[in-house]
Design a protein around this ligand. Structure first.
Ligand code: UD1
Ligand code: CA
Length: 467
């Protein structure tokens, strides 16, 4: 049977007190509405229509071609929102899932279970419900004496007796598509908020003698509708825990899951250890048997098997197998470390390739460089790649040795096996196996230190007698 989905995302989200439209607020780095759209996609919905209104352009820019859109120009309620999809979906046969764009923790497996139950029960509508210790703010599920669902009552319309019900409407439903649109035509706005409630469709269908089913999720996280920043933080915490659990199950050690932040699309290999303060974002991919953190921030990074990244920032950079990075390194976009590279403390690398087994152990800046294999770059050596207008390239051949505090003024090449002597400022190419020395010769003045000290002391005494 054809499966469709409607995602409600037209509200402004006043309670967020934000310039950013509610459904675009990220949870674990991904906008809420995208989480929801991905869940319905994974539940094999052929079409997904997002109802947009407030921030319509921003929401469409975020989701692009991944969805179809229906515009709700005035936010007259969730029922009215669904009605806006009628021109797109009204004539279709099949089942339609309706989800709120502010319930980022809804899972595709629950959506699958919701649809299965709906079909098994031959229901006109199936509601996803949850039992909450504190149901305040949510619509309550009112059941009859036989346990069947009669209707949903919104918080603001609840009697005292209804307010005591702890089973709530998660805002996720499965409908027979034609029956949904037929019933929507009968929804009125006669309630405390003067809105057209989607929840009224349940009572209307029940009144017509239709079968209403309820799928109760045992994960209350799925119920979280993010209406304010408190709920946003709670959703973040629960999703963080869920993501950590997935990696733990796959064989990743997370020393302290409450202080480890893994984005939903991150991949991590078996026997990798994540220390506290590790933040893995975007499409970061980490191999097996790596050690990451403490305090490492990786964004769209690739880390080869058996590598270590401690106390460092890695942004859009690739590390081969067996690399060691940090503490306190900064790998910027376009950096590629081949296997067994060592990048040590206070080293920044930008848009450069560093060959197998090469080392940049301390206090260096390497930008726009091509460094061969087994190169040693001494403490404080840098590439001067920028003249204020142009970026220039530095090429260093295999087995070259760059002495401490050398300045390589790009464009420049240092050949294979060449030596650049410490403290040199290199402005011309160095041929393979040459030694380049570019610094003043040293002069020693025997015993002169005492003379210097006397001179300095006298100067100080003169200054003091003046004042
Ligand atoms: C809704 C449900 C409530 C349920 C809760 C679950 C109704 C009437 N109430 O309440 O039973 O417990 O979700 O989280 O449905 N939206 C539109 N257009 C509108 C109004 C809302 O697109 O005119 C969108 C919002 O952007 C939001 C979603 O619908 O993503 C839900 O709206 P919201 O105002 O948050 O509903 P709740 O009061 O939370
Ligand atoms: Ca809500």
């Amino acid at each position: 049977m054809k499966r469709m989905a409607i995602i409600l995302a037209a509200g402004q989200g006043k309670r967020m007190k934000s310039k950013l439209y509610k459904v675009l607020h990220p949870v674990c780095g991904k906008p809420m509405v995208r989480h929801v759209l991905e869940a319905v996609g994974q539940a094999n919905c052929e079409r997904a229509v997002v109802v947009v209104g407030h921030g319509a352009e921003a929401v469409q820019a975020e989701l692009g071609d991944a969805a179809e859109y229906a515009l709700q120009t005035e936010q007259l309620g969730t029922g009215h929102a669904v009605l806006q999809t009628k021109p797109l979906l009204g004539e279709a046969d099949g089942v339609t899932i309706v989800v709120c764009g502010d319930t980022p923790l809804v899972t595709s497996s629950s959506l699958e279970a919701l649809i299965s139950l709906h079909q098994k029960e031959g229901a006109a509508a199936t509601v996803m419900t949850a039992e909450l210790a504190d149901p305040f703010g949510y619509g309550r599920i009112v059941r009859g004496e036989d346990g069947s669902v009669l209707r949903i009552v919104e918080q603001k319309d609840c009697s005292a007796e209804e307010a005591a019900i702890r089973e709530i409407n998660t805002g996720t439903y499965c409908f027979d598509n034609r029956k949904l649109f037929a019933a929507l035509g009968q929804v009125t706005n006669e309630n405390t908020q003067g809105e057209y409630y989607l929840t009224d469709v349940i009572g209307i269908l029940k009144g017509q003698g239709e079968r209403i089913a309820a799928y109760k999720t045992d994960d209350p996280a799925e119920a979280i509708g993010v209406n304010d920043r408190v709920a946003l933080a709670e959703a973040e915490r629960l999703m963080r825990r869920r993501i950590a659990l997935r990696h733990q199950t796959n064989g990743v050690t997370i020393i302290d899951p409450d202080h480890t932040y893994i984005g939903p699309d991150v991949q991590i290999g078996q026997d990798t250890v994540l220390h506290p303060g590790t933040i893995l974002r975007g499409k970061t991919k980490i191999g097996v048997e790596c050690v990451i953190g403490p305090n490492a921030e990786l964004n769209d990074a690739e880390v080869g098997d058996g590598s270590t990244v401690r106390q460092s920032v890695v942004d859009q950079a690739q590390l081969g197998e067996g690399c060691q990075v940090g503490p306190f390194a900064y790998l910027r976009p376009g950096t590629r470390l081949l296997a067994k590279v060592k990048i040590g403390d206070f080293v920044e690398v930008k848009n450069s390739v560093i060959g197998i087994g090469s080392k940049v152990p301390h206090l260096s800046y390497i930008g726009d460089a091509e460094v061969g294999a087994n190169v040693n770059i001494g403490c404080g050596a840098i590439t001067a790649n920028y003249d204020g207008y142009n970026k220039s390239k530095t090429v260093i051949g295999d087995n070259a040795f760059i002495g401490s505090n050398a300045n390589l003024i790009a464009p420049v090449r240092v050949g294979e096996g060449a030596y650049v002597v410490a403290g040199s400022t290199i402005t011309h190419d160095v041929a393979a196996n040459d030694v380049a020395i570019a610094r003043e010769r040293q002069v020693n003045k025997p015993g002169y230190a005492e003379k210097l000290r006397i001179k300095a002391r006298l100067k100080k005494e003169r200054e003091e007698s003046k004042s």
